[in-house]
Structures are given as C-alpha cells and as structure tokens.
Design a protein around this ligand. Structure first.
Ligand SMILES: [Zn+2]
Length: 234
C-alpha cells in the first residue's frame, strides 16, 4: 500500500487544475467536524491513530509531538517506511528552517524566492527518498508539504499554485505503475486570503479502489487501512 500524504491539498484546486492522477477511482472531500482548529500535526496524528488528538497535543510544543508505532495503524504492517510524516517521522530540522524563513518573510528579512527555494529543496529530498523506496515495503508513506508551504505565501497566485499541483500530480502518476493500492490524503484544504493562503476545513482524499466513503473524517481511514493490511480488501 502507498499513502501519499499531501499537506493542504485542496479539492477545488485539484479539480480546477485537472490533476488526473490525484483524482483516482474514488475521490472527494474530507470533513474536519469535531476539530476546533485545522492544526497540521493534530490532523496527521489523528489520521495515524484513528482518534481525535486535538486535546492531547498542546500548541506550544506541538511540533515535537511524536507517536509510537503501537499507537498507530503502522502496527498492522510487518514492515513500513514513513517519510517525513508529522507526529511520526517529521524532519524537525528541515521544517524548523522553513518556519524560520516564513517568519523572516513577514519581518521583511527574507524574500519569497529564498523561502520557496528551501521548500523546493526539501521537497526534492522527500521525492528522492520516496521513489527510492517505492515497491520495497508493504506500506510506504510519503509526506509532501509543498501545497501547504508554497500556499501560505501564494495560494491566491493561480499560476504558481498550478505548478505546485502539477508537481504533486506527477508524483501520483509516477507512483501508479507500482500497481499497489494508493491512498492520497490531505489534512485540511486551503483558502485564499489575498495572495496568501490559510487552512480551510475540508481536506481531500482519493483511492484507486472503491472505498464507498461519503465526506469521511480523517480518523475514518484507520479502520480501512487496518482492513487493507489484513487483506480484507481486494
Ligand atoms: Zn497541514
């Protein structure tokens, strides 16, 4: 099984930019009902555990929060590779630098180009790692924050976001020939605030098999992934 964890991937842009590979056999929005905020770390932790983790993750120390495999659906797999997923194998240093440059942008110390060049560099690192491991594990999770990180400064700039969605669509296209079961999921969506972007309350999901879901919650996938791991889906 392959999970593409695409931070802030938004259904409106997936449709608008006609991302044929992100739109799989079954696709739609997810709902964040039950969550008070759209916090990235909380949502990925909730995805992994199948439980709403909002109360358990204090905002102040949220980025350090880390789950043990036994708390997550990873325990249903004999072997897995999880690249950069928040709340599990998050690359602290890379993302700390990103947040520092983002802060610097709003303090007029860093340009958009400097910020974006780091985001793309980190993206390429994850991409390389993802394709190196493709087909080698019963479960491979690749996390990509490109849509979120570029979106925060440029969600209102359609051309720039088209490039981002095209890139993510290409990753989905290149993962396809593995003939594996592919789940694509985002934690939340995004909405434009002028040129900038802010988290919105609907995420996106798609799968290359019929799951029969209707506006699922991010916690709904735990049981599905458990069934997939136990070979109850075919
Ligand atoms: Zn996020």
């Amino acid at each position: 099984m392959i999970i593409l964890a695409l931070d802030a991937l938004d259904n409106n842009y997936v449709q608008k930019f006609n991302c044929k590979n992100l739109i799989q056999k079954e696709h739609g929005q997810t709902t964040l009902k039950g969550f008070n905020q759209e916090r990235t770390i909380v949502l990925w932790a909730s995805f992994l555990t199948g439980k709403n983790m909002e109360k358990e993750i204090p905002i102040k120390t949220q980025w350090e929060f880390k789950l043990h495999p036994e708390q997550t659906f990873l325990k249903f797999f004999q072997k897995y590779k999880v690249i950069d997923l928040p709340a599990f194998s998050y690359k602290q240093q890379n993302h700390e630098k990103e947040r520092k440059l983002l802060k610097g942008y709003f303090e007029d110390k860093v340009t958009v180009e400097e910020y974006e060049s780091l985001i793309w560099k980190n993206h390429e690192e994850n991409k390389k790692e993802f394709f190196k491991n493709l087909g080698k594990f019963p479960l491979l999770i690749g996390y990509f924050n490109l849509a979120d990180a570029i979106g925060h400064l440029s969600f209102g700039l359609t051309e720039k976001m088209a490039t981002v969605y095209e890139e993510l669509d290409k990753i989905a296209e290149e993962a396809k020939p593995s003939e594996d079961l592919i789940l694509i999921i985002s934690d939340h969506g995004m909405k434009a605030v002028g040129r900038y972007g802010d988290h919105s309350r609907n995420g996106f999901y798609s799968s290359n098999i019929q799951l029969g879901l209707n506006l699922p919650e991010i916690t709904s996938f735990y049981k599905i992934i458990e069934r997939i791991a136990k070979n109850e889906f075919s």
